[in-house]
Design a protein around this ligand. Structure first.
Ligand SMILES: [Zn+2]
Length: 183
């Protein structure tokens, strides 16, 4: 299953594909927002771990649905408006980023999600304690590595065509001043 790295890479691809001109804001914060939204459905793992000690207990239920993507996307876009100086992602972009997670789980893994919850509900099977989850998140990375490489190639092409990507802008925000002063 894609883990945080893979979901973040897929979220960046979804963001760049749907990107509309935006007013400038902090690009690092924007990357952080994308990362959080693209991984949001897996909060159910944390919930399961905290409540039962089993990260699989509530995994791939309601948070892995179209309805959750729409509802949480709406809430996230409303929340962002409370910090007008931070990045502003609209409802559609926020919902798309969350849905990119559900779609990736659905298409890249064999166990089902609950796409049409509450009409269907599929819990993930099995047991995963804190150790399993941390090990998976850090080291179950071959598939994530491949996804990240493919996303990197896609973002490279977008950069060539459009002249910029959010990753490029974030890197510039991080190292731009240093690169300039080194010249
Ligand atoms: Zn997931």
């Amino acid at each position: 299953m894609p883990m945080p790295l893979g979901h973040t890479a897929i979220g960046l691809v979804a963001f760049e594909t749907a990107r509309t001109p935006q007013r400038s804001g902090n690009r690092l914060a924007l990357c952080a927002y994308i990362t959080v939204l693209a991984n949001l459905p897996d909060l159910d793992i944390l919930f399961g771990l905290l409540v039962t000690g089993n990260g699989s207990a509530f995994h791939r239920g309601p948070t892995h649905s179209l309805l959750f993507a729409l509802g949480a996307g709406y809430l996230a876009s409303r929340l962002m408006r409370r910090w007008p100086n931070g990045p502003q992602l609209g409802f559609a972009t926020s919902a798309l980023l969350i849905f990119s997670h559900v779609a990736a789980d659905m298409l890249l893994t064999s166990s089902p999600v609950s796409l049409f919850w509450p009409l269907e509900l599929n819990w993930s099977m099995g047991y995963s304690d804190w150790g399993n989850v941390i090990r998976l998140a850090l080291f179950q990375s071959l598939q994530d590595f491949v996804i990240a490489c493919l996303a990197g190639i896609y973002l490279f092409i977008v950069r060539k065509v459009r002249g910029t990507t959010v990753v490029h802008e974030a890197l510039l925000a991080l190292f731009g001043d240093r690169a300039k002063s080194a010249r």
